[in-house]
Write a protein that binds this ligand. Structure first.
Ligand SMILES: [Zn+2]
Length: 416
C-alpha cells in the first residue's frame, strides 16, 4: 500500500512537471535594439542544462519566425535550465519563442524592437561599415541639379543631412552633382536624385566592397544612392503633410537611415517602419527629427565606423564632424599644422588642460564631442590652464586650437 501511494505521488509529480516544465516566465529588457550587441535575458524553466539543438526564435520581416538554422547562429552568452542570455539579433516586435527539442514555447509578453542595425553576420557581429570615402572625413553625397537648383528641396535635403550629422555624428556632406552620370552604383558616386523609373517611393542602393589583409576581411559600403520616385506628390515642408502627399524629409529619414546601417522595424512611430507614405506612417510622419532609438543605433554604427583598426586598400575610418551644421563641408580641409606633435597636455585629462604656448602667445580653444557638438570655447595665453566643465563625461573629444599661425585639432581623452 505504501509502495502504491509512492508510485501515485511520483506519477502526479511527473505530470505536473511535464505541464509546467518548459515555459518563459519573463524577459528583460522589454524594449531593445536589434543587431548592436544588446543582451536579452530570458527567464523561465525547463530550458535544459545546455543549449544542444535548442534555440531562441524571433519574429522577422516577412511574417515568420526564425528557423533552427538561423536560431543556432545567434550569439548565446549563457544557457541554463532557467535562464538564457543572448545578443539581440535583428528582429521585429512580437512574442519571443524558445524552441526545445523541436517544440516552440512562446512568451506571454511582446518584446518591442525599436530599431535594427543590419549586419553581415550575428556571431561574431560583422557589419559593412562606413569609411573616410571622400578623403575629407566621410561621404560626399552629390545632389542632382533638379534638387540642388530648387531652393526648397535643397534646404530640405540640407536639413535632413544636418539632422543626421548633429544627432548621430555621421560625417555626411552634400555638394552639387555637376557632371551628368547615369543613376547607378557603377559610377562610384554617392548620389541623391529623383528617379522616374523607381518602383518604390524611395530607395537606398548600396554597393559593398571588401579588402583582405592577412586573416582579416574588412567589409565596407563603397557607393550608395538615394533615389526618390518622381510619380509621388511630394511635400517638402515640415510637420504633417497634406492628405495624399508624401513627406520628402520623412522618406529621406527612412532612406538615409538605411544608408547608415538601419533595417526595418514593425514598431509604429519609427521612421524605419517599412511603408513611408499614407497610413499608418501618416500618424507619426509629422515628426521632423529622427527617433531616440534611431539615434542610438546609428551612433553605435558611426562609432564602429570611426574606431576600426583595419588598414589596407587605402581604407581609413570615418572622422568625426567638427561642426555638425556644416552640411556643405565648407570648413573641411582648413586645418594646418602649426605645432609639431602633441601640444595639448595632460592627455588623458581630468579637470584642466594646458596648451604648449610661449609666454605671450594667445590661442582660442574649442572642444567638441564625437557627435560634433561644441562643448567648450575658451581663450588662453601662455601657460594658463583651461578648466574642463564638470558635466563632461569620460570619453573622446576633439580639441581645436586656433592661433595666429593657423588651426589644428587633437584628440583628447577625458578620464575622471
Ligand atoms: Zn526601407
Amino acid at each position: 500500500m505504501l509502495h502504491l501511494s509512492k508510485l501515485l505521488f511520483t506519477a502526479i509529480l511527473s505530470i505536473s512537471t511535464s505541464i509546467f516544465a518548459q515555459q518563459i516566465s519573463g524577459f528583460s529588457p522589454k524594449q531593445i535594439i536589434g543587431g548592436k550587441g544588446e543582451v536579452l535575458t530570458i527567464n523561465g524553466s525547463g530550458f535544459g542544462a545546455s543549449r544542444g539543438s535548442s534555440h531562441v526564435s524571433f519574429f522577422r520581416e516577412g511574417n515568420s519566425y526564425t528557423d533552427a538554422n538561423t536560431g543556432s547562429g545567434f550569439n548565446y552568452i549563457s544557457w541554463s535550465n532557467t535562464e538564457i542570455k543572448l545578443e539581440m539579433p535583428v528582429a521585429f516586435s512580437n512574442k519571443i519563442k524558445v524552441n526545445i527539442s523541436g517544440t516552440d514555447y512562446a512568451s506571454a509578453d511582446t518584446l518591442k524592437v525599436k530599431a535594427n542595425l543590419g549586419y553581415r553576420q550575428p556571431n561574431p557581429l560583422l557589419y559593412d561599415l562606413l569609411t573616410d570615402n571622400n578623403k575629407k572625413g566621410g561621404v560626399t553625397w552629390l545632389v542632382h541639379p533638379v534638387y540642388w537648383n530648387n531652393p526648397e528641396i535643397k534646404q530640405t535635403i540640407a536639413d535632413v543631412v544636418q539632422e543626421f550629422r548633429c544627432k548621430t555624428g555621421a560625417n555626411y556632406i552634400i555638394e552639387p552633382l555637376t557632371q551628368w552620370v547615369p543613376l547607378n552604383l557603377g559610377q562610384g558616386k554617392h548620389i541623391i536624385a529623383p528617379d522616374s523609373s523607381l518602383g518604390a517611393v524611395g530607395f537606398n542602393d548600396r554597393l559593398w566592397a571588401s579588402c583582405i589583409v592577412g586573416a582579416e576581411t574588412f567589409y565596407h559600403n563603397q557607393t550608395q544612392l538615394l533615389r526618390f520616385n518622381t510619380q509621388q506628390n511630394w511635400y517638402y515642408g515640415k510637420g504633417q503633410p497634406p492628405a495624399g502627399a508624401a513627406k520628402f524629409r520623412y522618406v529621406m529619414f527612412h532612406e538615409m537611415g538605411h544608408s547608415l546601417g538601419l533595417g526595418h522595424v514593425n514598431e509604429w512611430g519609427e521612421s524605419m517602419y517599412p511603408t513611408v507614405t499614407l497610413l499608418p506612417s501618416d500618424n507619426w510622419c509629422k515628426r521632423d527629427t529622427i527617433s531616440a532609438a534611431e539615434q542610438k543605433a546609428i551612433r553605435h554604427y558611426i562609432s564602429l565606423s570611426q574606431n576600426f583598426t583595419f588598414r589596407g586598400c587605402g581604407i581609413t575610418p570615418m572622422k568625426p564632424n567638427f561642426d555638425c551644421k556644416d552640411v556643405f563641408g565648407l570648413s573641411v580641409g582648413l586645418e594646418s599644422i602649426t605645432h609639431e606633435g602633441a601640444w595639448l597636455f595632460p592627455n588623458p585629462a581630468s579637470n584642466q588642460i594646458q596648451v604648449k604656448l610661449s609666454a605671450s602667445e594667445t590661442a582660442e580653444i574649442s572642444l567638441w564631442d564625437t557627435r560634433g557638438r561644441k562643448m567648450l570655447s575658451a581663450n588662453t595665453r601662455g601657460a594658463e590652464p583651461i578648466n574642463l566643465p564638470a558635466e563632461l563625461s569620460n570619453g573622446f573629444y576633439l580639441v581645436r586650437l586656433s592661433t595666429d599661425h593657423g588651426t589644428q585639432t587633437q584628440r583628447l581623452i577625458i578620464q575622471r
